[in-house]
Design a protein around this ligand. Structure first.
Ligand code: AMP
Length: 431
């Protein structure tokens, strides 16, 4: 009997044989994840890690019961103590929970955090949509200034641009403060009331629970009705307008192109003021790489101090998929730098000793101890794409000298085994 991974999940493996799954090769993930970390640190963000599951109430309270994530997509279960637990569908709630619980507000006035890891949503699996997927994200807590919004968007762009991604669109909108949204909800409901029965069933539910989210509807008939609807931008308070225009001003100054999308409200309930999303023309129907926005009141709702905050998250699968479809592949599959072929037991011991010295200095070294036949072992080295090979037999052990062969140029050079690290460094141009 064989087992398959659960629907909507995938394995990340060193070499993927299925060409449509090349994005799930581990060297790409390592490269992209270390890139995120480097850029996040350059913007002075620090890492936070939280549990993969939380008490269910946390997500009900923060993400909001009317959101698709909470109402349809959560992996919720009762543990053996009969407490309701949920695999995290997103990270903002967990980060804020940890922030309050660990009293992080005592550490200063601005808190810049980043995270990376798996999220879980019971979604209909399709290309670019999984039930376990990975996000990279950041939360910037403590500033209500538009500069904080811009720093966060700029970080996102720096990451994507330095990965070599092109053809991205930044969609941006303001959903305003509470007063702006209240006015807009009122006007929108007045407009939609006579047409309620024509709306999709999802939008009819949203009409009561969260009318703003009707703007998000993918239903074509809903979209046609919304053509004539009141506009969110006409309901923005003067403060919200000023905040938004400053954000746009700074984005221009940083040469970050944007597209104002007045229908963008984002799926979760907690957003206010700036919201944004980044799409790629090189992904299919699931074309959003990531998005985020401001969530000023959320920390207080979760029992913390009233600190304004802004954050974003993007899907690592989609970033790697976009890189591959755009032909951007900055990551090379790791290959052994040096491949030892020992002839006999004494040579094997010496090769292991030499290898362990080199490995301590971070050289990637393989010792072929498995098979006996020299021809097969040389074939192994070729197959593994080893850069250099050294065959060590009795003669080499006696003289302390061996020949190192460059497998691509076929050039051979005599080297001193006692000074192997030194000589390898010179050949590789490290010294
Ligand atoms: P969200 O938290 O829904 O705003 O999602 C932010 C980003 O996470 C999206 O733009 C996607 O890149 C990624 N994402 C969300 N849900 C999924 C999913 N089910 N499968 C793969 N990626 C996802």
């Amino acid at each position: 009997m064989t087992y398959a991974s659960p629907k909507g999940t995938y394995d990340i493996v060193p070499d993927e044989l299925d060409s449509s799954l090349k994005w799930a090769e581990s060297h790409l993930w390592q490269f992209v994840e270390s890139h995120f970390t480097k850029i996040a640190k350059a913007y002075c963000f620090q890492e936070i890690r939280t549990p993969y599951f939380e008490r269910t109430e946390l997500f009900l309270r923060s993400v909001g019961e009317s959101s698709d994530v909470v109402s349809k997509e959560m992996y919720t279960f009762n543990d053996k103590g009969n407490r309701s637990m949920t695999l995290r569908p997103e990270m903002t709630a967990s980060v804020l929970r940890a922030f309050v619980e660990r009293n992080l507000q005592q550490l200063g006035s601005i808190h810049k955090l980043f995270y990376m890891g798996p999220m879980f949503r019971y979604d209909r699996p399709q290309a670019g949509r999984y039930r376990q997927f990975s996000q990279f994200g950041i939360e910037s807590i403590g500033s209500s200034e538009p500069e904080a919004d811009v720093e966060v968007i700029s970080l996102l762009f720096t990451i994507l641009e330095t990965l070599g991604l092109k053809n991205l669109t930044l969609h941006i909108n303001s959903v305003g403060d509470a007063a702006s949204r209240e006015l807009f909800s009122f006007r929108l409901k007045e407009f939609l009331k006579p047409k309620l029965h024509q709306l999709s069933s999802d939008s009819q539910v949203r009409f009561e629970k969260n009318p703003l989210r009707i703007l998000d509807s993918k239903d074509l008939n809903d979209q046609a009705i919304l053509q004539e609807a009141p506009k969110l931008e006409d309901c923005l308070s003067p403060e919200s307008k000023e905040h938004f225009s400053k954000v746009l001003h700074y984005l221009k100054a940083l040469n970050i192109d944007y597209h104002i999308n007045s229908k963008l409200v984002r799926g979760l309930d907690y957003y206010n003021q700036t919201v944004f999303e980044i799409t790629s023309g090189d992904l299919g129907s699931q074309n959003a790489l990531g998005g985020g926005g401001r969530y000023d009141g959320l920390l207080k709702t979760l029992g913390g101090p009233d600190l304004p905050s802004i954050g974003f998250a993007f899907g690592i699968e989609r970033v790697i998929q976009t890189m591959l479809s755009q032909g951007v592949n900055l990551s090379q599959k790791p290959v052994p730098l040096l491949y030892f072929v020992p002839m006999g037991d004494r040579a094997k011991q010496e090769c292991f000793r030499l290898a362990s010295e080199l490995r301590k200095a971070y050289f990637s070294v393989e010792v072929d101890f498995a098979c006996k036949n020299l021809k097969n072992r040389l074939k192994n080295a070729e197959q593994r794409n080893a850069k250099y090979i050294i065959v060590v037999g009795d003669n080499e052990l006696e003289t302390g000298k061996a020949s190192i062969k460059n497998m691509s140029t076929r050039e051979e050079k005599e080297i001193n085994l006692i000074q192997l690290q030194e000589e390898l460094s010179i050949i590789e141009g490290i010294k």
